[in-house]
Design a protein around this ligand. Structure first.
Ligand SMILES: CC(C)(COP(=O)(O)OP(=O)(O)OC[C@H]1O[C@@H](n2cnc3c(N)ncnc32)[C@H](O)[C@@H]1OP(=O)(O)O)[C@@H](O)C(=O)NCCC(=O)NCCS
Length: 129
């Protein structure tokens, strides 16, 4: 997996995907990996239509402790270093925790689109970094 993460960061063998950087949220004191985020360096046509620049996940035992909010903030700081000034994000309407994280980080609702494959509504937000 780490090999693939490196490859995608360098832009090798991307297929239909954008190049991206993966960040790990790690607690040095307890040696626990808390979660990870993925920052896409640019938006493909599909990225612009649905999921945007950043995805994230927190391990189940560590959820609802504010970690995803912190991780998104930290990932946006890294995005800024890559000269990305605003990011688009998307979350299923049913994934309340995910879009709440976006709103807590300053997300402005852009629109709600329906994912073709599933028919599920996706809330999309822009955040000025
Ligand atoms: C979505 C996810 C990243 C949230 O992570 P988290 O660390 O629990 O989020 P936070 O603790 O920063 O919570 C942010 C807000 O959302 C709320 N929240 C989190 N999970 C929630 C849930 N399941 N239902 C309702 N509210 C929720 C929190 O209470 C908090 O709101 P508050 O500050 O008003 O109390 C996590 O549940 C996850 O990894 N899910 C699986 C992967 C995923 O769906 N990723 C997002 C893809 S778009």
């Amino acid at each position: 997996m780490l090999y693939r993460v490196e490859e995608v960061e360098k832009g090798d063998n991307l297929g239909e995907y954008a190049s991206s950087t993966t960040y790990w949220l790690y607690n040095d004191e307890t040696n626990v990996l808390l979660g990870a985020s993925n920052l896409r360096h640019y938006l493909t046509e599909d990225g612009l239509k649905l999921w945007g620049h950043i995805g994230y996940g927190i391990r189940p035992s560590e959820r609802k402790k504010g970690y995803a909010t912190e991780l998104l903030r930290m990932t946006m700081t890294e995005a800024k270093k890559k000269n990305i000034d605003k990011v688009l994000l998307g979350a299923y309407i049913g994934n309340i925790g995910s879009w709440k994280v976006m709103e807590k980080c300053g997300g402005k609702l852009e629109n709600i689109v329906i994912e073709e494959e599933t028919g599920l509504p996706v809330k999309r937000y822009w955040i000025d970094i």
